[in-house]
Design a protein around this ligand. Structure first.
Ligand SMILES: Nc1ncnc2c1ncn2[C@@H]1O[C@H](COP(=O)(O)OP(=O)(O)O[C@H]2O[C@H](CO)[C@@H](O)[C@H](O)[C@H]2O)[C@@H](O)[C@H]1O
Length: 658
């Protein structure tokens, strides 16, 4: 059954942009890949393919048009043929990067031009120039960064698709990494739901390179759409199963029943994209780094290990699993294993057995397959979106059944706090606000509060503290705690605004609560980005009683808008919000909000009441809090630099499953 099925991934027709080269050179077999510096191009499946990344000592183009996206960063569009020729003239120096104790922690490639280059493999590193190390000592780190061919695989990427923070991250981090000189592709489904949102994909064109995917007992054809924007190749996988009303995961009736199928397609397509798509004339090639986000992309490292590496393909690629939310793992009955089209002997990688208490009836054996687990056991490295959460998932409380497995891989598990898009979220320019403000001039914020009160029909009272909540109406977000606390909270002179969608029970509760507390409570049911900006700007306090929070973005947006977060001390919330101490620094105070724990009504109300009192009675302290929040640096620049360190570590080790 599983004799190498790569042949079935053949583009169903030759890649259109390269037919001449293919026909003139003839087609060599798929795995005829030259890895020496002179064999820069290869022929695969009827298409001449550019070798990925740089050839040390020679060509300086990452996977073809990496030079255009990376390198000097001076080029527009996805084309780099000319640059490649120029860069062929240049050489590279190479040397180890050491920590304070003198241990080698990485390698630096230094093009004489000072441009960044792409490291292809460990062999490249090993075979070129440790002797050169002395030459580079004393060089500035900024000039010696290595660049990579990076492939994000994600179920959502803003602005094309977004239901939550995953979309935000996969819409922004790729751009930040491209700005650092990396060649970056994002592979995500082309969702069309028959609404105005479909126009977001309008600029992406069909690259006319369909492929066939063997899974679910048949062969599926998917095609690729492409848009080059802000230095990133946005690649959208197209298949009829992505065209239906609803959001990426479901509709009003709940989650789609075929999500395992839809995201299996995504993963296969993402594995093929670097090999077959001649973006800007060049493929990314094999030596790329897959950043697989959450369970939807979790099959990618399993496919690399089971269906590519055994046949000599992707031997020098690496994969990093980025966990944004461990609560969703892509678990389905064990009988569905055959759907994945994986070799039978790989069943163990996805095997999952529910504990007895979680089984539904006496004959239930609890046997299942778990895609995220498959990713945890096959990815080269693991990352979460904050340090705190990377520890929490190794505990029984936070590990959702995977804690032991995750603990066993602690050595490759890291946490990097998300950044935010500071252009979209900027109170001094925000297109969704009529009035603007900044840390230097806070006067506009009160007008934002008045505008919000007007818009949602609450009494216009600039002095009344307004508390906000924005987020998915989900157990994770602690809505049940807000529910039980609302009657007591509403006894105070405050207003409360909620924006969210999700569990219909919570949606109905929000509607009902609005009727009960007409002058104090508003519940906006739906997903509305402009309103989310206006709530963030118009509130004084943002409440986040999340049960767990891998990072949390709303508290970061709130801080940027001088809206003070009151959060449960968990995961990324604990990492990013520092409790206010009015006595610190000789009475000037320090801190950026309030954290509370344990997650019970009393402690949440206690923190909220302290915040409300400070807002109402201690204006100068409150302004100090606002300014400290607004001055915090949560740009992606910070996070991107930390990601680069992880990338370098990923390539220093051999593939975890080789
Ligand atoms: N009704 C609505 N209308 C408009 N906008 C809405 C909305 N509901 C939510 N949003 C927006 O969706 C995003 C939510 O991001 P979060 O990081 O707070 O949570 P989420 O749980 O989705 O993300 C998961 O992934 C992210 C990214 O890694 C982690 O930060 C997080 O902890 C993890 O749970 C924000 O941009 C928010 O404004």
């Amino acid at each position: 059954m599983e004799s190498m099925q790569l042949t079935s991934f053949l583009p169903s027709k030759p890649c259109p942009k390269l037919p001449k080269l293919c026909s003139s050179l003839g087609c060599r077999p798929f795995r005829q890949v030259g890895f020496g510096p002179s064999s820069r191009n290869r022929v695969k499946n009827g298409c001449l393919m550019a070798r990925s990344s740089v050839n040390i000592g020679g060509v300086g183009v990452g996977g073809g048009h990496g030079g255009a996206h990376g390198g000097s960063g001076t080029h527009e569009g996805s084309s780099a043929v000319e640059d490649e020729k120029k860069e062929e003239q240049s050489g590279l120096l190479l040397g180890p990067e050491r920590d304070a104790s003198g241990s080698v922690i990485g390698f630096n490639l230094i093009p004489p031009s000072g441009e960044r280059k792409v490291i292809e493999s460990l062999e490249d590193v090993a075979s070129y120039g440790l002797e050169e190390s002395e030459d580079i000592e004393g060089e500035k780190k900024a000039e010696t960064r290595v660049t990579f061919n990076i492939v994000f695989v994600t179920a959502e990427a803003a602005p094309y698709s977004k239901t939550g923070g995953l979309g935000d991250v996969c819409g922004s981090l790729p751009i930040a990494l491209a700005a650092h000189g990396h060649r970056v592709m994002v592979v995500s489904p082309r969702y069309l739901n028959g609404t105005a949102a479909d126009t977001k994909f309008a600029a992406a064109v069909d690259v006319d390179c369909p492929i066939k995917i063997p899974c679910f007992g048949g062969v599926q054809e998917v095609s690729f759409f492409h848009e080059y924007r802000e230095g990133v190749d946005w690649v959208f996988v197209d298949h009829p199963s992505y065209h239906r009303p609803g959001n990426p995961y479901g509709d009003i009736s709940g989650a789609f029943g075929d999500n395992q199928f839809r995201f299996t397609l995504l993963c296969y397509a993402a594995c093929e994209a670097p090999l077959v798509l001649p973006l800007g004339g060049y493929t990314y090639g094999e030596k790329c780094l897959f950043l697989v986000n959450d369970w939807h992309a979790g099959l990618v490292p399993v496919l690399l290990a089971s269906k590519y590496r055994p046949y000599g393909v992707y031997k020098d690629a690496r994969s990093i699993l980025v966990i944004h939310n461990l609560a969703h793992q892509g678990v389905e009955p064990a009988a569905t294993y055959k759907n994945f089209g994986l070799p039978p002997q790989w069943y163990g990688a996805l095997e999952w057995v529910f504990p007895t208490w979680a089984r539904t009836h006496a004959l239930d054996t609890g046997e299942a397959v778990n895609v995220l687990k498959g990713a945890v056991v096959t990815a080269d490295r693991l990352l979460t979106v904050s340090k705190g959460y990377s520890w929490e998932i190794t505990t029984a409380e936070g590990g959702y059944g995977l804690h032991e497995l995750l603990s066993s891989r602690k050595i490759v598990l890291d946490g990097i706090t998300n950044g935010i898009d500071v252009t979209e979220w900027n109170p001094s320019t925000d297109e969704h606000l009529t009035c603007h403000y900044s840390a230097n001039d806070l006067s506009g914020k009160v007008q934002c509060k008045i505008d919000l009160q007007k818009e949602i029909g609450l009494p216009i009272r600039p002095d009344c503290p307004v508390i906000g909540f924005i987020g998915r109406l989900d157990y994770q977000k602690g809505i049940d705690l807000i529910q039980v606390a609302i009657p007591e909270l509403m006894e105070d002179d405050v207003q409360f605004v909620m924006l969210g969608s999700g569990d219909p029970l919570y949606e109905n509760w929000m509607r009902a609560t609005e009727t009960t507390y007409k002058d104090k409570f508003r519940g906006w049911v739906g997903f509305n980005v402009p309103i989310s900006h206006r709530i963030t700007a118009g509130c004084d306090i943002l409440l986040m009683p999340s049960r767990f929070e891998p990072c949390g973005l709303n508290q970061l947006y709130a801080m940027r808008y001088g809206t003070i977060p009151v959060v449960h001390a968990t995961g990324g919330l604990r990492d990013t919000v520092e409790t206010f101490n009015p006595y610190a620094k000789g009475g000037i105070g320090e801190g950026t909000g309030w954290t509370f724990s344990p997650l019970v009504k009393e402690s949440m109300l206690g923190a909220l009441r302290t915040a409300v009192r400070t807002c109402r009675e201690h204006k100068s302290s409150w302004e100090g809090l606002m300014r400290r929040c607004m001055e915090k640096d949560y740009t992606w620049e910070n996070a991107a630099t930390q990601y680069e360190q992880i990338f370098e570590w990923a390539f220093l080790d051999t593939p975890y499953v080789g």
